[in-house]
Design a protein around this ligand. Structure first.
Ligand code: NAP
Length: 340
């Protein structure tokens, strides 16, 4: 039997997830959609789906068994709380929410419900290359990890819509989450450095260099470049005690012409992580059909929110520390927090 899903937000990623859920994956039916822009929702809706007037109407509909939130970040809290109150599994695109207080409210509601319902859209955890990289680190055969270099480059971002805060509160959350997951560690402090500004981004603060201090003492450096023209380029390399493990360059057709021999670079996140998004939803569908969630949790969304907040404070220089609350047992065992 198919899981009946409702989608909130039918913009760029909402439309991509509707395509995935209707054309790529099986065992799921998109039965409802909603968007502030009703015309956009109607245009994106699969033929059989109902267009709901509001997120609350969609969530409370008996037709909808599980919800996918693809609206913008500030709307997520209310929509998540409504899903939890209705006891419906919910996949929420990142960021979970946009403030620490909101993350705590969502966590409190889910803990009171007593079962995980929320999965956050940190799709890198479902990427086969990242999973192989984590398996090498977890095996211990290179010794303990010491440094992680993470590179996050976008060809461009929508002019006017992408503000100077967004590299830190919208883009960095992916690198923060993957660092926490790869290293099985928590971020305890953040520094930010702003180098020479690229002339391509106008007033945008770009690129940005971020240093994440992990509880174990591992340092993670993150380059965020959101206007680098040549493509979407995600890299990661972990230096351990006796070796280095890195993400491979994505296999792509080799092009030979008068400019030499080269490999194509993905245009954007949809191309680079297409299989990761598919896998993320495959695993979510199994969990949601069982009335729960898997993978990145409300706790992970909370931790990433604190990193984003600390990074925004750290732009003016200096070290900003992060203090997590005690991890509720719903989200697994506590992460070791003491530096060695
Ligand atoms: P988008 O193109 O602006 O789409 C968001 C849609 O949600 C818009 O149609 C917007 O309408 C609608 N919306 C906003 N608030 C709403 C509300 N309260 N109720 C119903 N609909 C609402 O943005 P996007 O690029 O798809 O991003 C959506 C979310 O996905 C963001 O949280 C973003 O960070 C995340 N995202 C994740 C990834 C990833 O790699 N995992 C990649 C891209 C985006 P209006 O335009 O009229 O406001």
């Amino acid at each position: 039997m198919s899981l009946k899903v409702g989608i909130i937000g039918t913009g760029m990623i909402g439309q991509d997830h509707i395509r995935r859920l209707t054309k790529v994956l099986s065992g799921v039916e998109v039965v409802g959609v909603t968007d502030i822009d009703q015309a956009r929702a109607a245009a994106a809706a699969p033929e059989v789906a109902e267009v709901f007037a509001t997120p609350t109407a969609l969530i409370s509909s008996e037709k909808v068994q599980a919800v996918v939130i693809c609206s913008w970040g500030p709307a997520h809290e209310e929509q998540l709380l409504t899903c939890i109150a209705a006891g419906k599994p919910v996949f929420c695109e990142k960021p979970l929410v946009t403030s620490e207080a909101a993350a705590l409210r969502v966590m409190e509601a889910e803990v009171a419900f007593g079962r995980r319902l929320v999965q956050v859209g940190f799709m890198r955890r479902f990427d086969a290359d990242y999973r192989r990289l984590k398996a090498v680190i977890d095996s211990g055969r290179l010794g303990a990890p010491l440094l992680f270099h993470s590179v996050h480059r976008n060809a461009s971002v929508p002019e006017g819509l992408y503000t100077s805060e967004m590299p830190l509160n919208d883009t960095l959350v992916h690198d923060a989450d993957i660092a926490r997951w790869l290293l099985s560690d928590e971020v305890t402090g953040v520094e930010v450095r702003v180098p020479r500004r690229s002339s391509r981004g106008g007033e945008l603060r770009d690129p940005i260099f971020v240093l994440l201090h992990m509880a174990s003492g591992v340092l993670v450096d993150v380059e965020i470049s959101v206007n680098i023209a040549y493509g979407y380029d995600i890299r990661g390399e972990v230096s351990c005690e006796t070796g280095v493990a890195a993400l491979p360059n994505r296999p792509a057709t080799l092009i030979s012409d008068s400019n030499g021999i080269r490999q194509a670079i993905p245009e954007d996140w949809r191309e680079r992580f297409i299989e990761a998004y598919d896998q993320e939803f495959r695993e979510w569908l199994v969990a949601a059909a069982a009335g729960t969630a898997t993978g990145p949790s409300t706790w992970d969304g909370y931790a990433a929110t604190l990193v984003a907040d600390a990074a925004l404070r750290a732009v003016s220089g200096g070290f900003e520390s992060i203090n997590l609350i005690a991890k509720p047992s719903l989200y697994g065992p506590p992460t070791a927090m003491a530096a060695e």
